[in-house]
Design a protein around this ligand. Structure first.
Ligand code: ISE
Length: 344
């Protein structure tokens, strides 16, 4: 067993640089030894700041270099599949940021490849599974504390939409987190999807915002999701689970945000701050995710809690069905199983 995992990171944007700093500061058993980014000066500056010995011009060179045991992929969504393919070929442990690929058609190839390699170590960066709040909700549902689960209601709001993306990206890039966490919470596969929307915000023209998604799972639980990616006021993720004898919800976000540990009461108002994006909100989850990945990678496995490639494909299939509903007047769309999809 290795004593220290030599990690490389490809893509040093918002998530890649966050992972790099977490690795350097908050995670045991790993050393950041290599980085790569399309913006070379940026890669050089992060390497210098965090003591990474190697800077590569592209991820494929890093994968073939022999300098790393493990790879974090945090490049734009449409580049994940080719990097995963190469890293699987090189036998590296891989943590790939979500999604596996923007479309289920591309994701399916990677799943088939990974599953043909019994010892593959590919896990997906769906960090909510490591969030203490979502885990507490799951433990409560599993323990049956409030009786049988009947419904869940989620809210997902970002401050401002990524430029250059359309309405479908709200589903494939943002809602995909819900499609990962909801079946994990309820323990049941999502089987039917419907998209709808009301009056759009006048503040954004490039996509319909907000959007609303209704899902049913195999056990009969109904899931509703409100998405508003240009909500302006703050990053806000909520989830309530409604059971036969009670309900439970995530604690209000500001209480979880380290930078703002207090609520003020002043001038006839109660006030607190919202995070500007997901990094402070899920900082603890990202650290736990990375630590679990490092420990498992050193032991030659993947973390039991992490999203598998097959589960990532399941969430891509849900996203596909929701986008289909969006483009067919809110039709109710059946979601195929992974096996049905693989057999196509
Ligand atoms: C972003 O890529 C994330 O992964 C965030 O968690 C999500 O809230 C946001 O909407 C996505 O754009």
């Amino acid at each position: 067993m290795l004593n220290e995992l030599r990690v490389g990171i490809v893509g040093l944007g918002v998530m890649g640089s966050d992972h790099a700093r977490n690795l350097a500061a908050g995670v045991r058993g790993a050393a950041l030894v290599a980085v790569s980014d399309a913006d070379r000066p940026r890669a050089e500056s992060i390497a210098a700041e965090l003591g990474a010995a190697h800077v590569f011009d592209n991820g494929l060179d890093m994968i073939g270099s022999g300098e790393i045991d493990a790879l974090i992929i945090a490049t734009p969504d449409d580049t994940h599949a080719s990097l995963v393919r190469a890293a699987l070929g090189a036998g590296l442990a891989i943590l790939c940021e979500k999604p596996l690929a923007p479309t289920a058609e591309e994701a399916v190839e990677i799943v088939a490849l990974a599953e043909s390699l019994p010892a593959h170590r590919l896990s997906m960066g769906f960090m909510r599974r490591f969030d203490q709040g979502y885990r507490a909700l799951k433990d409560r549902i599993d323990a049956g504390a409030d009786g049988r689960l009947l419904m869940t209601h989620s809210v997902h709001r970002n401050v401002s939409a990524y430029p250059g993306q359309d309405s479908a990206a709200t589903i494939t890039n943002s809602a995909v987190h819900e499609f990962d966490i909801l079946p994990w919470l309820s323990g049941s596969r999502l089987v039917r999807a419907q998209w709808t929307a009301g009056r759009p915000s006048s503040l954004i023209e490039t996509r319909h915002d907000p959007q609303f998604v209704i899902l049913h799972d195999e056990s009969g639980v109904l899931h509703t999701i409100q998405l508003q990616v240009h909500a302006r006021y703050g990053y806000d993720v909520r989830c309530e689970v409604v059971c036969e004898e009670g309900s439970a919800e995530l604690a209000p976000v500001p209480a979880l945000v380290e930078q703002e540990p207090i609520v003020t009461h002043s001038n006839l108002a109660r006030s607190t701050a919202y995070p500007a994006d997901w990094r402070p909100r899920f900082a603890d989850a990202y650290r736990r995710e990375l630590q679990a990945w490092v420990i498992s990678s050193l032991a030659g496995t993947v973390p039991a809690e992490a999203t598998t490639p097959r589960e990532a494909l399941e969430s891509a299939l849900v996203a596909r069905a929701v986008v289909q509903s969006m483009s067919s007047q809110s039709a109710i769309v059946d979601i195929p199983t992974v096996d049905e999809w693989l057999a196509r």
